[in-house]
Ligand binder design. Structure first.
Ligand code: HPA
Length: 258
């Protein structure tokens, strides 16, 4: 059983070392997962866009990905997500713990529960696992890594970027960050009662937020630095805590059957 998984977003395509590759067939299609052994335990790594960044956000098979992790026995997921920022406190280069999302996706399969098992709703008051969030913050502090808090993630369909008017609107309704992938990923993980937390890597200002955006070279540098920091943070979280410890989250108890 592999109980812990890392989902890598844009710029996070591997965990640095050689790993065993597994193709997992699910009811929703195939997913490729890499298994890495760290400090005597196995951790699954799933590059969300494929190992060569070949799958655009709106074509990601989120259900196959999450279902494949469940088949391995995964109970905890830590994920990265490249984001644009609309919040002046989160400039490019910031790492921000996601806390809430607002969903503007339009055309994605969004649930595992299509009615066959009855009508099931998922409590989404706090979509991210509070226990994993707490451990991430504690471990980041011990590494002297600045992990900002309370990011409200607006998920758009993509693959296009937003108009300035859209960003003005997203900002007005309380969004901090914009990305194209965290929904339905977090929702599906929660539907399978997994603990899921995600860190946003701010790679750019959203359109219209500042007069001049950063250069492509700067974005590459941000991604490279963030990848190192986040990988080592996630590995520290997974190797220094035990999921059998006291649970302080409701992730195992979030389905409501009517
Ligand atoms: N908008 C949407 N998705 C993104 C952005 C953005 O500005 N930056 C990185 N992913």
């Amino acid at each position: 059983m592999i109980t812990k998984a890392i989902i890598g977003g844009t710029g996070v395509y591997d965990l640095g070392e050689k790993t065993e590759e597994k193709n997992i067939t699910t009811n929703y299609g195939e997913a490729k997962v890499y298994i890495k052994e760290i400090a005597g335990q196995k951790i699954a790594f799933l590059p969300r866009h494929g190992a060569q960044h070949s799958v655009p956000p709106h074509r990601i098979n989120f259900r196959a990905n999450i279902s494949a992790l469940q088949k391995l026995g995964v109970k905890e997921i830590l994920a990265t997500a490249a984001v644009g920022s609309m919040n002046m406190d989160f400039p490019p280069g910031s790492l921000v713990l996601l806390d809430q999302f607002i969903d503007f996706t339009k055309a994605r399969p969004l649930t595992f529960y299509e009615g066959e098992e009855g009508v099931i709703h998922t409590d989404m008051r706090k979509p991210y696992c509070g226990r994993l969030q707490k451990i991430l913050l504690q471990k980041a502090a011990t590494k002297k890594l600045e992990l900002k808090q309370k990011g409200v993630y607006v998920c758009v369909e993509g693959p296009r970027f937003e108009t300035e008017a859209e960003i003005k609107f997203y900002r007005h309704i309380g969004g901090d960050l914009v990305g194209m992938t965290n929904v339905p990923e977090v929702v599906l993980a929660r539907e399978l009662q997994m603990c899921y937390a995600a860190v946003g890597i701010v790679v750019n200002w959203c359109n219209g937020v500042v007069p001049e955006d950063i250069s492509h070279d700067e974005i590459i540098t941000i991604m490279k630095e963030a990848k190192e920091k986040i990988s080592s943070l996630f590995i520290k979280v997974f190797t220094e805590h035990n999921e059998n410890g006291a649970f302080e989250c409701n992730c195992q108890n979030c389905l409501i059957e009517l």
